[in-house]
Design a binder for this molecule. Sequence first.
Ligand SMILES: [Zn+2]
Length: 221
Amino acid sequence: MNKYKIIMLALLIIIITSISKTYAIINNYTLLGKTIYIDPGHGGMDSGTTYKKIYEKDINLILSKKLEKELTALGATVYLTRETDKDLSLSRRHRKRSDLISRAYLINKTKPDMYISIHLNYLSNTKYKGLQIFYNNKNKQNKIIAERLTQYIKEKTYNVREPKYNSSYYMYNNIKEPGILMEVGFLSNPDDRYRLTHEIYQDILISNLTYSIEKYFKEKD
Ligand SMILES: [Zn+2]
């Protein structure tokens, strides 16, 4: 083999391997080009629901950060309304209202393909348990997101409740972008509480949620 042929062969090998590598990267980045806004509910002085020393705000943040990591690994651009234990209020007198206005403002300004607000539920009757997605009608895609994510997450997650229309959440009514509010479980229920405070279940839940989001976009596009 002469020198010219060896160089050509080497070049060919380099081109083939780089094409297959690029293909693999593109193939794994199933959420490339998607912007997702994660909203960990509560924070700072506002603990959300509590059970002894377990605060809703902390679990919301842990789950949101795990979700951020998984979605980013799939190529999505991910934002969080908060990354630490704080609220987003600008007013002391109307702390809760101001906090929700700030979250809605951030999400509207960014115009994500989807927002997900993460919360925990609580009822005095401790028998109620399971994950449930709530939606309003401020964006026509909201109901579809709620139904699809419920359908897909159900395939792999225990105890998923039916999605529910709800217009009472203040922040919902100020957000024009598509999205939902997810109550990942009941802090009042011993079974849910045990799962949500253990990393093994947290990881399974977030992996199932990521799968659901991926499947929703795949079907939509
Ligand atoms: Zn909450």
